[in-house]
Design a protein around this ligand. Sequence first.
Ligand SMILES: Nc1ncnc2c1ncn2[C@@H]1O[C@H](COP(=O)(O)OP(=O)(O)OP(=O)(O)O)[C@@H](O)[C@H]1O
Length: 321
Amino acid sequence: MVAALTLDGISKRYGGFQAVSDLSFQVEKGSICGFLGPNGAGKTSTLRMILGLQPATSGRIDILGADDGRKVRDRIGFLPEERGLYKKMTPVDAIAFFGALKGLPLPEGRRRGREMLEQMGLGEASKKKMKELSKGMAQKVQLIASVVHQPEFVILDEPFSGLDPMNQQGLEAMIRALAADGATVLFSTHVMQHAERLCDKVVLLARGRKAFEGTVDQARATSPRFLELEGALDRNAVAALPGVSAIETLAEDGAVSTLRVGLTPGAEAQSALRAAFLGGLDVRRFQMKEPTLHDAFIALTGDHPDEDQSVGKTDTMEAAR
Ligand SMILES: Nc1ncnc2c1ncn2[C@@H]1O[C@H](COP(=O)(O)OP(=O)(O)OP(=O)(O)O)[C@@H](O)[C@H]1O
């Protein structure tokens, strides 16, 4: 594999607060990598270190062969978490302006801007001012602005936040198209479903530490499978079935309950079911459930991806100055 990005033992400390600890991972050239973790896990801090916008407290970064993102800034596209393009500009001018910051001549930026807007189904939007666009449209325009100079490496910080499902799908298509054109894409998100659909590789971050690096399937395989059982079920009898590691009651209606039965990694749901039927358990409905990336995140970290892990931002901001 040819790595477009290597992080080797990266740490970030803000005053007395350790935001990122000994983080190492690689992103293969031409791949899509999801950088996943709850709010406050340390994703933005890491992306900023990769870009050279803030120094690492310790560790080494190699991006496109450089030891500092600033040295290869014209080959990188970045969509920051805080967004907003100049409101009075037209989308084409805004895109061309951003391209010019990366060395692209303005007329060429305008030409590519018009073409990309058209490709993304935003041809109509090019006649309006930025302030007249919907949030979804504006976000797509901003993504175009960050890649109009055709960067080799694209870094997107929470690109899906604030978008409705339709626009999220549009954005997913844009990200796929970038990778299909040969770009390497690293994006952060706390919503596991996007990564599940898009990524060749995921890096899971919890409280500043890497919890997992690998493919989505490898991540899922670390999490137990589930079996949903419905019937007049005795919990002790269910607990005694082969491979059962945990039971959660999802619903109860008189004697009939719906149980979410966790299986130990590697255990086959069929063995538990067979034993249930042979043992005469009153199973009226069953369903096997494969773990999602969301389940895997919880199994790997003990944390919930929707939990906010930010701590003492205002206190430590002072200390960081
Ligand atoms: N400049 C700073 N000074 C002090 N603390 C900071 C600073 N920037 C971030 N932090 C803290 O570091 C931790 C990681 O923040 P970071 O923004 O990197 O996380 P994140 O995973 O990107 O989350 P979010 O998506 O909410 O930005 C948080 O606890 C945050 O409060």
